[in-house]
Every structure is written in C-alpha cells, then in structure tokens.
Design a protein around this ligand. Structure first.
Ligand code: NAD
Length: 274
C-alpha cells in the first residue's frame, strides 16, 4: 500500500490544472490511492475526458469542476463543490500554472497580469478559499503548492515566471507561519519540479525572434529529457503523503539552483556587512 493510500484513501483531493501534465499525473495517482478527486481546470474537455478515464479505471469519484484559478469567486465555487462531497477534503494541490519566455520588457499586452493572476493569485485564492474551512474542521489536511526549481534562480528569459515561482515559495512559508499562530494541524508543502514532459512551453505565448528560439529550446528539453508527467505526479503525491514540506522531481538540479541562491545571499551579506 502506498503512503498516499495509507494516509488518504477515502478522502477527497482537489487538484487545480488537472487537465494536463503534472496535475493530471497527480489526479491519476490520487485516484489510484483510493481518493475522490475533484478535477479543476479552465479546459473543460480535458477534465471531462480525465474524469471518464479515472471512473473507467475504478476511481471512487472524479468530479470535473471548471475553474479559473485567477478568479477568487471561481475558486470559492470549487471549494463549495469539494466540501459538498461526502468524503472529507484532505488535500488541495495548487498546481495550475503557465510559462512565459521573454525578456522582461518584451512581454505581450497583459502578459504580466495574466501570469501573476494564475501563478501567484491562483495559489493565494486556493489558500484563501480552503484554509478557513479546514481550520474550522480541525482536520489533518495538506496544502501542496507547485513552485519550480526556477523559484531559486534569476535567469534571462524567465523573469516573470521565476518571480511568480519565488512568490509561491514565500506564500507557502508565510502560510506555514500563520498556521503556527493558530496551531492548525495543516501541512504546507511546496513542489520544485525540474523538467517534466508536459504542454507548458507549447502553451506559452510565442513572442517571436530570440524568445521563440529559447521557448523552443526549453520545450525540447522537457520533451527529450523531462520526467514523465504521471511519474512526476505519483512521486509528488507520495512525498506529500510522507509529510515532506519540500518536494522535487530532480534533486540534483534543485540542489544546484538552491545553492546559487544561497551563494547570492551570502554575496549580498558580504557586501552589506553586519
Ligand atoms: N513541466 C515542467 O517542466 C515544470 C517545471 C517546473 C514547474 N512546473 C509547474 O507545474 C505546474 C503544472 O504545469 P505543467 O507542466 O503540468 O503544465 P501544463 O500546461 O501541461 O498543464 C497546466 C494545466 O493548467 C491549466 N490552467 C491554465 N490556466 C488555468 C487557470 N487560469 N485556471 C485553472 N487551470 C488553468 C491548463 O489548462 C493545463 O491543463 C505549473 O505550476 C508549472 O509552473 C512545471
């Protein structure tokens, strides 16, 4: 029996961005562990197809709920649907996210607001809509939010995305601190995926020239050497069930990028003195 089945069989998992990639992998793993899954995505056909697939494989229940994570009311409706299920909500995976490959001043119209709306506000909305109810129920629940190994770095062509992923890390750390104040038994976990073979770069806006070339390079990297998305979903769910606060699909890459951040902080400390 997997750790996820041991801890969560019979409970409900809510997964945003469940229509594709890592989110679909998380949903397949959660359903296989005996959980009810609530599949949240803006892509209605994708979550309907996944729901049918999971039910055919014997899932307890797999409810597709069309959700735009950038809209708080939409996420509150998702919470209403999830808490309306007979199986108690024990896991919220704030996984929906988008990419953008461009120099910071070369983004398309509305790109900054769109990306921050999904990658940052989307995660906040999940916390805002689910945490008060979980505190009230006093249950052992988990809020699992997907950042990226990019949360540690500050690289060219990835400015917007990396700012958003650093924010997911900070939001999660702050949530954990806030939960300590009220002594709520809620686990807060952050995922730092390395390259995973998904649609994320293919869906990213195509801005032409060197941005298009870089987007192509990153898309090829994920397609040729990225981890399989179902494998990533299963690994992430197991580590979360084991209680890990920080989870990665690529320890080597996560370690070397986290070290870059540590080195930079030490460099700053050296310059500012004590
Ligand atoms: N693939 C990678 O290599 C990689 C690496 C690091 C982090 N991540 C992160 O993993 C998460 C999942 O990404 P993926 O690679 O599986 O991408 P993906 O594009 O395959 O899947 C993302 C899903 O999110 C959905 N989505 C987009 N906007 C939404 C919105 N407003 N509301 C609800 N759903 C929305 C999409 O419809 C899609 O089904 C993201 O947060 C991403 O940043 C991915």
């Amino acid at each position: 029996v997997s750790k996820a089945a041991d801890r969560w069989a019979g409970a409900t998992a809510v997964i945003t961005g469940a229509g594709s990639g890592i989110g679909a992998g998380l949903a397949r793993a959660a359903a296989a562990a005996g959980m009810t899954v609530v599949l949240a995505d803006i892509d209605e056909p994708a979550i309907q197809a996944l729901s049918a697939e999971l039910l055919a494989k014997g899932a307890v229940a797999a409810d597709p709920v069309v959700t735009d994570v950038s809209d708080l009311e939409s996420v509150e409706r998702l919470a209403g649907a999830a808490f309306g299920r007979p199986e108690p909500v024990r896991l919220l995976a704030n996984n929906a996210g988008i990419e953008q490959v461009s120099l910071l001043w070369e983004d398309g119209p509305g790109a900054w607001d769109r990306l921050m709306g999904i990658n940052v506000s989307g995660v906040y909305h999940g916390m805002r809509a689910f945490v008060p109810r979980l505190i009230e129920e006093g249950v052992d629940a988990t809020i699992l939010s997907t950042a990226s190994v990019g949360a540690f770095t500050s690289g060219a062509f990835q400015g917007m995305y990396q700012v958003s992923k650093r924010a997911v890390l900070t939001l999660s750390e702050c949530l954990a601190s806030d939960l300590e104040v009220v002594k709520a038994p809620i686990q807060v976990s952050v995922v730092f995926p390395g390259a995973v073979n998904t649609q994320i770069f293919h869906r990213a806006p195509d801005l032409g020239g060197r941005s298009t070339r870089m987007r192509g390079t990153l898309e090829d990297l994920c397609a040729t050497s990225g981890m399989d998305s179902d494998e990533a979903g299963a690994l992430i769910l197991e580590r979360a069930a084991a209680g890990d606060r920080w989870i990665t699909t690529d320890p080597g890459m996560a370690w070397s990028l986290a070290k870059l951040l540590r080195d930079r902080v030490e460099e700053i400390m050296g310059v500012i003195g004590s």
